[in-house]
Write a protein that binds this ligand. Structure first.
Ligand code: XMP
Length: 611
């Protein structure tokens, strides 16, 4: 078994999952746990975290863990803890890094066996090691940053980068080396065992009680319903699908049909569009939108309970919440010390209160998306549901970048962007746009502007374009997302923002364009495909009557863990002619749309969603 000591980083749970992916059991503990309680573990992993070790009050482990003789791997903040314990120095301001980076690796270090001398990894840190700890050797570096240290005799290893996330290309091998070779673990822990224990847990929690399960149509809530059906009397299960008016095209119909075919006896569909739209009237702040949607969901659920004469204090609420949702929401029970990145609709205050009373059932609480998909297959759910792309509970509402129309481009930022492009000798033109989107920086979710790059003629070369996006977001902290303009960028420099609020017209354009794009890209190797509606245009077209008020961004995301990921490459996964054809079809069918963008940023620094 492996002990993961949580220092509050948002990737703690991903570390735990990487261990389980290797079929090894792991437990997460607060970093301060007493060393005595860890003597039965074969290895210890110290996670990343938002604090700085040079601060007096920062989180510390029990010093004795370093004397147990158990192998230790420290990741990011975890490496800093090892460094200061053994007399090294950690400093701020050497160089902060948030994103993909190429580092040099010493492949003779046991942690890096079978890796390449240069590896692409995710760096996400403010502080770094400025003096190596006594008795430790350097085994990885990126420019002047210490990226890896080790003491082979003590079996203590530290890495500045994050081997646990997808963005670190050979991160899995780093774990394999640590778990199998350095810790010497041989036993296996299977997903079947974990499904059985989830079923047992639901039986114990709900017994003969009545359970209401919210089914969105995604694989998560379908798995929850599937587990409830295995654990409880079907008469006691009430499945509720709330159509909030932000579902994709025909989605609610498809969901309800396939779930009733699956053995759910009491399936109730609620059309609640009017109330959701009314509650969101005039709201532009993304966090407020999420909260309003989450609360309206629960109010609708409570109304439904009273209609069914279910006792609110005795009815369980079941939902398909995944562990990463709770970590990203900064839920104190789960994330330990992780800072809030965003509130997920299923972790709003009212749900947290019910959870405290023991009336929330979260069957998937301990799993990640890919595990849920495997469980779906084990439960016999149709492939259509098991393989469905994820869709946020708040739906299309968070893909409308609502604003009051007063945003303008900061000219200093615009100049800095142009100067950077000049310096790199880039063949692209670029400008900032009067709209913001969300990204992640370290443990924080930040709103920042984004840049559009365009060249108006030849097909771009993906590798150099992606590298340019990386350079722009690395060098200019006010940009967390870069898009490529599909087609002409004429007039884009003077693009204006228009007021846009949640309403029938914009939701309906978004839904139709989403349908068009997702259909055309459905057979590609993409984990999530969708579009975002932006209230910006150059205002051209007004003269001929059809006011072009909107633009569309196409987002593709390739990932396993959804904590990090990359866009699908143009030119290989999606041929350039195909994406241009899609862009032209959008412009032809929707005269209100002026520009079509392709999001070319990874997470981090961008997020998958734009809000
Ligand atoms: P981000 O934007 O954080 O998204 O990179 C990661 C994954 O989570 C989904 N997502 C949500 N799912 N409620 C949900 O159920 C939400 O509020 C929410 N926000 C993001 C997103 O679609 C992606 O799959």
């Amino acid at each position: 078994k492996i002990a993961v000591l949580d220092c509050g980083g948002q990737y703690t749970k991903v570390i735990d999952r990487k261990v389980r992916e290797a079929f090894i059991k792991s437990d997460i503990f607060p970093v301060g746990i007493k060393a005595d309680s860890l003597s039965e573990y074969s290895g210890i992993i110290l996670t990343g975290g938002p604090e700085s070790v040079w601060e007096e009050s920062s989180l510390r482990p029990d010093k004795d863990i370093f004397n147990l003789g158990i192998p230790i791997l420290g990741i990011c903040y975890g490496m800093h803890l090892i460094t200061v314990h053994f007399g090294g120095v950690v400093s701020e301001n050497v160089k902060k890094e948030y994103g993909e980076s190429d580092i040099n690796i010493d492949t003779s270090c046991p942690l890096f066996e079978n890796l390449n001398p240069v590896e692409t990894v995710l760096m996400s840190h403010g502080d770094s090691v400025s003096k190596l700890p006594d008795g430790f050797k350097l085994c990885a570096s990126s420019e002047n940053i210490t990226a890896g240290i080790y003491n082979e005799e003590k079996k203590i290893y530290g890495v500045q980068f994050h081997p646990e996330v997808d963005m670190t290309v050979n991160g899995k091998m780093v774990f394999e080396n640590f778990l199998r070779k350095i810790c010497g673990i041989k036993e296996n822990y299977s997903l079947e065992d974990r499904l059985e224990s989830a079923i047992k847990q639901v039986k114990a929690q709900a017994g003969d009680g009545k359970v209401m399960v919210l089914v969105s149509g995604g694989v998560d809530s379908a798995v929850t319903a599937g587990i409830l059906l295995r654990a409880l009397n079907p008469d006691n299960i009430y499945a509720v699908h709330i159509d909030h008016g932000f579902m994709r095209k025909n989605e609610s119909d498809i969901i309800c049909e396939s779930l009733s075919a699956n053995g759910l006896k009491n399936l109730i569909r609620i059309n609640a569009k009017d109330i959701f739209y009314k509650n969101l009237e005039g709201v532009t702040d993304p966090e407020k939108k999420r909260n309003i949607i989450g609360e309206t969901f629960i109010t609708e659920l409570q109304n439904q309970m009273s209609k069914l004469n279910l006792d609110m204090d005795k009815t369980f609420i079941a939902q398909g919440t995944l562990r990463p949702d709770l970590i990203e929401s900064g839920n104190p029970d789960v994330s330990g010390h992780a800072k809030k990145i965003k509130t997920h609709h299923n972790d709003v205050e009212i749900v947290r209160r019910a959870r405290e009373k023991g009336f929330v059932i979260e069957t998937n609480y301990d799993w990640h998306k890919d595990e849920v998909r495997r469980i779906a297959v084990m439960l016999g759910l149709p492939a259509e549901i098991a393989n469905r792309q994820p869709f946020p509970g708040s739906g299309l509402a968070v893909r409308l970048l609502c604003q009051d129309g007063n945003k303008t481009v900061n000219q200093d930022e615009n100049e800095a962007l142009k100067e950077l492009l000049n310096k790199t000798g880039s063949k692209y033109s670029a400008c900032m746009l009067p709209v913001e989107s969300v990204g992640v920086q370290g443990d924080n979710r930040t709103y920042a502007g984004f840049a559009a790059i365009f060249q108006n003629n030849d097909a771009p070369d993906w590798d150099s374009m992606y590298l340019l996006a990386r350079t722009i977001t690395n060098k200019l902290s006010f940009i967390n997302r870069v898009v490529y303009v599909l087609g002409s960028g004429d007039g884009l420099e003077n693009a204006k923002a228009h007021p846009m609020y949640v309403g029938d017209k914009c939701v309906s354009i978004l839904r139709e364009v989403d349908h068009l794009v997702t259909k055309r890209l459905e057979n590609k190797k993409i984990s999530q495909t969708f579009v975002i509606l932006l209230p910006i245009s150059s205002d051209s077209g007004k003269a001929d009557g059809a006011a072009k008020k909107y633009s569309i961004a196409i987002r593709t995301f390739v990932t396993n863990d959804f904590m990090t990921g990359r866009p699908a490459p143009l030119g290989s996964e999606i041929p350039f002619s195909e994406i241009m054809d899609i862009s032209n079809e959008i412009k032809r069918n929707f005269p209100e749309i002026e520009y079509v963008f392709y999001d070319i940023t990874g997470k981090p620094p961008a997020t998958c969603e734009w809000e």
